[in-house]
Design a protein around this ligand. Sequence first.
Ligand code: SF4
Length: 230
Amino acid sequence: MATKTVTPKAERKPADPARVKAILDVLEKTYPGVVCALHHRNAWELTVATILSAQCTDVRVNMVTPFLFKQFPTPKAMAAASLHEIEDLIRTTGFFRNKAKSIKGAAKVVVEEFGGQVPQTMEEILRLPGVARKTGNVVLGSWYGIASGVVVDTHVMRLSRRLEFTKEKTPEKVEKALMKIIPQDRWINFSHELIHHGRQICLARKPKCVDCTLEKLCFSGDKTWSSQPE
Ligand code: SF4
């Protein structure tokens, strides 16, 4: 009878291009045609929704944005709104005072510096108050289709470490590491796929490894079930 062979930990090369490709292929098959879960009709709405999504679920953000955009449909209207009016509409997303300031400030910069259009480069988009690389990557990637980096949220961070793509602990460093090993034409969808996988299967507390399509490629110490012998 053939015996099952397992590569010892010391010999494994987690960032080996063949392994990375195998993981990317599985993710693509598992989550075909995956898109951003935040509802939006244009780059501005996606910018605002992403600002609101900090420390808040996408479901909650999607409940709030229809009313917000009905009241203030354009960057110009949002820039003219009072902070109090914006705060009232976004209160349930948490940290609403800071978020209102960011949204109003971002609207002002979009109107005054970019002719009412959300800019299409990372350098320019980072000029909007409340917009850091994560929001920049979401908007540039999901709306404009520009792969300027990898979106690193809490799921991408956790899964990248579990899959041993990186040992880094800050979003900036994790993004840099991922940009080195993930081919650029996969940056946009890769983060969508990891976010879906993190929400549905690779949960923070009890990952559902028995249901995970990546299980054979994963050697995380957090695994709750393994098909690989010890
Ligand atoms: S096997 Fe478990 S820990 Fe590894 S990616 Fe899948 S769910 Fe996450």
